[in-house]
Design a protein around this ligand. Structure first.
Ligand code: SAH
Length: 346
């Protein structure tokens, strides 16, 4: 049987060509496009302004998605974790977060099946690496969350499974579709990286308008390389200086992410060193309290330690936020995405 064309991820030009090729009016493409990206309907019969014949044609020749929702868990705080199955039987996860009193709906999405970076504290790292996701597979995560909830995603963070900058072209392609098709503003999209220097330089050249977040997690080279193997290749000082150039080239501030782990990187000396290291870098700091689960080797610091750390950075003039923990009861919290299904490596 001939494979069906997957619609979600295609741009308006593609849809127009598809309509014309099949003897349909060109303007049907725009209608389909709206149903896909603005409304994200679950099926063709919901595309109510299309003639029945057009819907039949679509059913025969196309499918909405190549990925599907395999499992879904809802947390007490209403965070939802999705497990998506791809056509080759691999899995990746995404998380939808609603923050009370805010209209924002943030989706945290994946770019790879597993991850090759090997950060010692991260659950995804334990899966190893299987493959990059296709741009369409990345895009369909947002589509399926919208279709499933009937809600419109307002913010996207590339902080799910994988290292986004290792899947560079598909990352850029998917951001283009999120901006142009889903109409999510560039400033509402954040890409998080463990610090791949060549790719950060490439982003600067692209005039990247979304937010770049760096998982720094340590105040110096020695501590960083003990928990993040990537630091053996790209040294701490060089990373900071490349980031400085990045902020000059793009005119955009970066976000420094720092996971606080008890006795590892949460001391007063660590905070002071960090403050000095990033003092000349146009940046905000996002402190993440280490998320523990039963398999974690590390522990989270006390509230007092966290506040002291925050205070030292603030005193140095930085804007500091503490990331709220979401979905901890369903292992959807930051850094805990690791499918419990076994066939990540089919
Ligand atoms: N590879 C990218 C994207 C992953 S984003 C990156 O490294 O930035 C996921 C974020 O959660 C990263 O900052 C990661 O270091 C952090 N993280 C991993 N395990 C964690 C844990 N157990 N608790 C809190 N944060 C964690």
């Amino acid at each position: 049987m001939e494979d069906k064309i997957t619609l979600v991820g295609k741009d308006i030009k593609y849809l127009e060509a598809l309509m014309i090729e099949n003897g349909q009016s060109k303007f049907r493409a725009k209608q389909i496009y709206n149903w896909l990206y603005l409304k994200s309907v679950k099926d063709y019969d919901s595309m109510t302004d299309l003639p029945a014949a057009t819907r039949e044609l679509l059913k025969e020749k196309t499918q909405l998605c190549s990925i599907s929702i395999k499992d879904k868990q809802i947390s007490k705080d209403s965070t939802i974790k999705y497990l998506f199955e791809h056509s080759d039987g691999t899995y990746a996860e995404a998380v939808l977060m609603r923050f009370d009193n805010r209209a924002n709906l943030t989706a945290c999405i994946s770019t790879q099946v597993g991850c090759p970076m090997g950060c010692t504290f991260c659950a995804t790292a334990k899966l190893g690496f299987t493959r990059n996701l296709e741009a369409e597979e990345i895009i369909q995560q947002i589509f399926l969350i919208q279709a499933d909830t009937g809600l419109k995603i307002t913010n996207i963070v590339f902080m799910g499974q994988g290292e986004p900058l290792l899947n560079f072209d598909n990352l850029i392609k998917s951001i283009k579709i999120f901006r142009e098709q889903f109409q999510i503003g560039a400033r509402r999209i954040t890409v998080s990286t463990c610090g791949l220097i060549p790719q950060i330089k490439k982003l600067a050249e692209l005039d990247f308008q979304s937010t770049l977040a760096i998982s720094l997690h340590a105040p110096n080279q020695e501590k960083r390389q003990a928990i993040m193997p990537v630091a053996n290749k790209y040294k701490f000082d060089e990373l900071i200086s490349v980031l400085k150039k990045y902020t000059e080239q793009t005119g955009r501030r970066v976000t420094i992410e720092y996971v606080l782990m008890k006795g590892i990187n949460d001391g007063i000396e660590d905070a002071k060193q960090l403050a000095i290291a990033i003092s000349k870098l146009k940046s905000n700091v996002n402190l993440i309290v280490y998320n523990q689960n039963e398999k974690s080797e590390y522990k989270k610091p006390s509230k007092e330690t966290i506040q002291k750390f925050k205070y030292i950075l603030e005193a140095s003039g930085k804007k500091v936020t503490i990331r709220l923990e979401r979905g901890a009861d369903i292992d959807a919290a930051c850094g805990q995405l690791s499918s419990k299904f076994k066939n990540n490596n089919p």
